[in-house]
Design a protein around this ligand. Structure first.
Ligand code: 0A1
Ligand code: ZN
Length: 890
């Protein structure tokens, strides 16, 4: 393993490759500890490259058996004879031929010993690969960079009994038994040139479900989903989601699938969510397997989204890929944008938007506010694996969403068409992408592109003034952005602010400006004001009475917005705003205010703040029966992390936890009868359906139970226990268990035990059991987590188990991870150091739980820094962990 931190990779140093690899022929003989890979690479000098350049192929811990140049074996003992050298991490040929030549490389791989889960590894007995970002170099020496596109033909061979299923990218050409041996083979050919990160193979004994999709031009596509034997029926929802995603991409973007087969393989050991390998997506089984008894409604929604995300990559990522890893958001931001739109079309759009914004704020805003902040298009990196971040993915998607708002649906769709036409088959850049929209909208998007080059979350401060006599309402906007690592000064961002003016009791009024300070006709027509300078003033006329402005509707830009609305104004918005997102936002703003006040009081030794008006506003929402999923979102208070982010500095997690619990208790008591009535009214009747409407009812019912139990623990626990015993869905079971888990006492331990025994054989359910216990905000939780690490269902090397237990402790349990004695920090630091030797990617991600350490109060800050320094100073760290540790401390 590389342990050095080399020079950073810099965007400005990008150079086209000096060589191209047109053809890759792989012959892979699978074996548990000694898989043989024979790679036949057809290479030629790149006419655009340097003519005197050496050929330098990437490797990572490779064991080379032999290598031949145009049929001539190179004597590895005498590198001077062929003018080059080879190490496990690099192959260099100083003076390769200036015409096309063939390099044949044979390597041997111990897939069973590969604990990093990059390159070729085994999940249980299944052989699989993960090559993004730089895993292909763990299989053979290669120009392992996304701008080298090759046509792959792959022959796989294995024991028939061990791996009856042999898959790779593209279409299957041939295959069958190998006479006189217990082995068989399959040959796959992918006609589309692709970068090495999209290569994949799978060999194993799996259960399969098959289906078919006919594209709108009549191509029949064979669909296969391959899972652990016995779990086939749990893949049905994923198959359904896949077909819906295929149809959606045709309808919305005119994009058809382009091969004869599309395979998805689910494995239980996977570093991330899933991977879009061409024609052969490999998934963390968490995003494939679902049955009502094992998966929550949220799991179903996630499966739908991740299946769609990987499928959509076929065009945004595979057909058009990235020139270099600095352009990662080109495929990721765009594909997240597409999967968000898909989910919004499949479900309730405002509810999806609320969920997406919650994630954005929880993950991306937090990242942007701390030492790990980086540009959506970074300009340097030490370890690319650390850039699969919320900033690249979620903020990257927000930028495209803003672009669509700014240029309008028509120019946006034309821009996408142009992008697909122009860049198909290439490795593109953000500039190539933006140029398409500049052309179709006839707009200069230079200033807009700052979103890619400047990190940090802009703050938009708005103020309003109503002139009774003139019947005008003036809005003043100011934007600013705090310094972020390496960026002290920021240029203004182009910020689309969707808005409306709400008159209490009447609703929205038509927007009119006086043309003087006013907005352009286009802005008024769309109801979207563009901020592109530090300040902007807009005056609206013909406003009959003092309005309540509804700003940033639909969360039209990834900014923090403040407006000094009174509590009465917020209640107006909660009940009357025509924009669903802002109704929810008004409730969150109100709750946040109450919580901030309480935190101050608690820190001053006073009791928390209480407010009946807020409960009253929630009561109105609770009684509405129009959209239970939406109501459930309104009933869910900002998280402890949300409040911490809002406070920003000198954060005391204990005070936040107390304040939030007190508010939940007060609401639970104020609305006791209503919550109970809602709980009874919303009981599931009829057969189970995972659809959004049924899920919404369950969500609201469980939100009601949660608040009810906060107000009355004894009765709440009784109801929860009954729900747990009779639950027909995992959604209801886990919601009940969550209520019980947060009430100390024997009942909780009995319930946890019973749950474990009921679901013992289902690792994905046991993950929920681990996660729930790790998130208990009590002093004993760290010991509980340590004990659970000894549980037979726990596995140090399985990323899902690790994330469920240790990851949830570090990211969801604000009070215990940030325990005042530093025990949480020490624990996580120790795990990171131990895990780093096995799986640096997962270790580095765990370490990034420290990303908000600088905003803590002084004592915790000192302890967190000490733990981080201990990690940073440890011997033989992976580049992954070293990078996160050093950037966190910088
Ligand atoms: N491209 C994938 C994410 C991904 C990235 C790296 C991986 O390596 C372990 C795996 C997956 C996606 O966006 O879904
Ligand atoms: Zn992706």
């Amino acid at each position: 393993m590389r342990t050095d931190i080399a020079e950073p990779v810099r965007l400005k140093d990008y150079r086209v490759p000096d060589y191209l690899i047109d053809k890759v022929d792989l012959d892979v003989k699978l074996h548990p500890s000694a898989t043989r890979v024979l790679a036949r690479l057809t290479i030629r000098p790149n006419p655009q490259g340097r003519s005197d350049a050496a050929l330098i192929l990437d490797g990572d811990g490779l064991s080379l058996k032999k290598i031949a140049l145009d049929g001539q074996l190179l004597d590895l003992q005498k590198p001077e004879a062929w003018k080059g050298f080879v190490t496990p991490d690099q192959f260099t040929l100083h003076a390769p031929p200036r015409y096309p030549f063939v390099l044949e490389i044979e390597t041997e791989i111990d897939a069973t010993a590969n604990t990093r889960l990059m390159g070729l590894y085994r999940s249980g007995s299944v052989y699989c690969t993960q090559c993004e970002a730089e895993g292909f170099r763990r299989i053979t020496y290669f120009l392992d960079r996304p701008d080298v596109l090759s046509i792959y033909t792959v022959r796989l061979e294995a024991e028939l009994s061990e791996a009856p299923l042999l898959l790779s990218n593209g279409n299957r050409i041939t295959g069958g038994p190998i006479e006189g041996t217990p082995r068989h083979f399959a040959v796959w050919h992918d006609p589309y040139p692709k970068p090495s990160y999209l290569f994949a193979l799978v060999g194993g004994d799996l259960g399969s479900i098959f289906d078919e999709f006919t594209t709108r031009s009549g191509r029949k596509v064979a669909l296969g989903i391959h899972v652990e034997h016995g779990k086939e029926t749990a893949a049905a929802y994923a198959m359904d989601a896949l077909k819906r995603a295929m149809a959606w991409d045709e309808n919305i973007y005119g994009r058809e699938y382009d091969l004869d087969v599309f395979n998805i393989v689910a494995v239980s050991d996977f570093n991330m969510g899933a991977m879009e390998n061409k024609g052969l997506n490999i998934f963390n089984d968490k995003y494939v397997l679902a049955s009502p008894a094992t998966a929550t409604d949220m799991d179903y929604a996630n499966i739908e989204a991740v299946i769609a995300h990987e499928y959509f990559h076929n065009w945004t990522g595979n057909r058009i890929t990235c020139r270099d890893w600095f352009q990662l958001c080109l495929k990721e931001g765009l594909t997240v944008f597409r999967d968000h739109a898909f989910s919004a079309d499949m479900r309730s759009a405002p509810v999806r938007r609320i969920a997406d914004v919650r994630t954005l704020r929880a993950q991306q805003f937090t990242e942007d506010a701390g030492p790990l902040a980086h540009n959506v298009r970074p300009d340097t990196y030490y370890e690319i694996n650390n850039f699969y971040t919320a900033t690249i993915y979620e903020k990257g998607a927000e930028i495209i969403r803003m672009l669509k708002v700014l240029i309008g649906d028509d120019a946006f769709r034309k821009g996408m068409d142009l992008y697909f036409d122009r860049c198909d088959g290439t490795a593109a850049t953000i500039e190539d992408f933006i140029a398409c929209f500049a052309e179709t909208s006839k707009r200069d998007l230079t200033e807009f592109s700052r979103w890619y080059h400047q990190s940090g979350t802009p703050l938009v401060e708005a103020a309003g003034r109503y002139d009774e006599a003139a019947k005008t309402f003036t809005l003043d906007f100011t934007q600013s952005c705090k310094p972020t690592p390496g960026q002290d000064q920021k240029e203004p961002f182009v910020i689309p602010v969707a808005l409306g003016l709400v008159i209490p009791g009447q609703g929205d009024i038509a927007l009119r400006t006086d043309g003087h300070d006013g907005a352009s006709a286009a802005e008024i027509a769309r109801g979207v004001i563009e901020l592109s300078a530090a300040r902007r003033r807009i005056a609206f006329r013909d406003v009959p009475s003092r309005p309540v402005p509804s700003l940033l509707r639909g969360f039209s830009a990834p900014v923090r917005l403040t407006y000094p609305a009174s509590e009465t104004d917020l209640i107006t918005l909660i009940s009357h705003d025509s924009d669903g997102f802002n109704r929810w936002q008004a409730a969150q703003t109100y709750a946040t205010r109450l919580l901030l006040r309480s935190v101050d009081r608690i820190r001053a030794g006073d009791p928390p703040h209480a407010d009946k008006d807020f409960s009253g506003a929630l009561a109105v929402v609770l009684e509405e029966s129009t959209d239970p999923a939406f109501n459930a979102q309104v009933m869910t208070l900002p998280s402890e992390a949300d409040i911490a982010r809002e406070i920003g500095e000198d954060v005391d997690p204990d005070a936040i936890n107390l304040a939030r619990d007190a508010l939940r208790e007060a609401i639970g008591q104020d609305l006791k009868d209503l919550l109970r009535a809602a709980y009874d009214r919303l009981a599931d009747t009829g057969p189970y359906s995972p659809d959004a409407a049924a899920a919404g009812r369950r969500a609201l019912r469980n939100a009601a139970l949660d608040l009810f139990a906060a107000g009355d623990r004894i009765e709440g626990a009784r109801i929860a226990m009954r729900q747990l015993e009779t639950a027909a869905t995992m959604t209801d079971a886990i919601a009940a268990l969550a209520v019980l888990a947060h009430i100390p006492g024997d009942a909780r331990e009995t319930a946890l035990d019973a749950f474990y025994h009921a679901h013992e054989g289902e690792p994905l359910v046991i993950d929920k059991w681990f996660a729930l216990q790790a998130s208990i905000a009590e002093a004993g939780t760290l010991d509980r987590v340590k004990n659970l690490m000894k549980h037979k269902a726990f596995s140090f090397s399985n990323p899902n188990r690790m994330r469920a237990l240790v990851g949830c402790f570090a990211t969801l349990n604000q009070t215990q991870f940030n325990a005042g004695d530093g025990s949480g920090y020490d624990f996580i630091a120790n795990i990171v150091l131990e895990l780093d030797a096995k799986n640096p990617q997962v270790a580095a991600r765990l370490l990034s739980a420290f990303k908000s350490w600088r905003s803590l109060e002084a004592n915790r800050r000192i302890l967190a820094e000490r733990a981080l320094r201990r990690v940073a100073g440890a011997a033989s760290l992976s580049p992954d962990v070293k990078d996160i540790a050093e950037r966190s401390l910088a």
